[in-house]
Ligand binder design. Sequence first.
Ligand code: 5GP
Ligand code: MG
Length: 192
Amino acid sequence: MHQDIERVLFDEHEIRNGIDRVAQSVTRIMGAEEFTVVSVLKGSCIFASDLIRRIPVPLQLAFVAARSYGDGTTAGKLEIDLVPTGGEIEGRRMLLVDDILDTGRTMACLKKVLLERGAAEVRTCVFLDKPARREVEFNADFKVFCVEDLFVVGYGLDYAGRYRNLPYVGALRPELYTPEPDEVPRAATQTQ
Ligand code: 5GP
Ligand code: MG
């Protein structure tokens, strides 16, 4: 796996420090009353599990799944399932957590769905923010790092399902995902 990475953007030490900083802000701003952390599967599972262990106040954990069907490295149509039900949402204060804010569509859409289903408040937290790619106006309330417009993997982020278990965030070698000019475009693949 390591040989597929062109360069490391955030190593384990930087990630740990960045998460400590954000966990402190979340605790300060949201921690007065119990809230629910909603982790967007699959990409944010590693970030969410590290983050919640540094928030020393009562909280609950829930999951949503969002898949965007694209060509593997770009966002296509969004499909949402596994939305928390009734009592898990109604009247709850929520912190929606995702791996990366790219076009902004996933977070904007999930925030709207949670509010429509009765959440009292939805704040958002992302591990990475790629502001250069934004297509809908959306700002996360909490973010760990900003990244330039590169396709990144590791620490939960995948390419075609792989690399999530890398302990750091790296830029994938572009030749591994840029189709050759004479290559037939890949069939729709699923990224989560
Ligand atoms: P958005 O709806 O903001 O465009 O897309 C967010 C989702 O796209 C992320 O949750 C992630 O699954 C995927 N994504 C966007 N940029 C990257 C990237 O650089 N690397 C990986 N692995 N996934 C990305
Ligand atoms: Mg995702």
